[in-house]
Design a protein around this ligand. Sequence first.
Ligand code: SAM
Length: 217
Amino acid sequence: MRDFTLQRDMMIREQLEYRGISDPAVIAAMRAVPREEFVPADVRAYAYEDGPLPIGEGQTISQPYMVAYMTEALELSRGDRVLEIGTGSGYAAAVLSRIVAEVHTVERIAGLAMAARERLDRLGYTNIRIHVGDGSLGWPDQAPYDAIVVTAGAPEIPQPLTEQLATGGRLVIPVGLNLTFQTLVRVRRTGKDDYSREELMAVMFVPLIGAAGWESR
Ligand code: SAM
């Protein structure tokens, strides 16, 4: 089936709304971003399948439901400034950019970052800035952020990320001492030195590799 608009509508109904995604801004953003433009040509036909897909360099574009769930969990407002760690294809950054004022996204693999930049420029996204570097250390230049989302699994919550949250800010991150299986955690900065932590669900992500993540092998 080549009608991507129809497939996107079905994805929203069957994968998102049916499983409880209800924030109208998240649904609208998932409807606005053409996922088929963010996957390699050889898997384009599967762009709206209910799972992750390979994007090269051993990395993946996350399952649509996971992108929507994490975006909803960030509790975003229009004026927010958001930091994403793990640009990958640029898809999640594009979704975030439809909801908030400004998105900064960090990718450690330069080739993926360049491809994402070219793609987002071509598609006309103007409020996303892509940075190449070790996102386990955040992106201090532009801190603080109202929300930070990490799309790779960390052994523990990287302290630089919690430090770069604004008061009231939310961090959503997969955490666990296993390279494949993690728990999705939401950290809320409630005061200068105060944080609360909630466990949201069991997830599977590629590892966050960096100084405050897993060691590169
Ligand atoms: N958000 C992406 C998308 O929409 O396509 C999916 C990201 S993929 C599941 C995880 C990404 O995190 C990979 O591209 C990987 O290279 C990147 N990554 C892993 N460790 C990183 C780090 N320390 N800093 C920045 N990016 C990192």
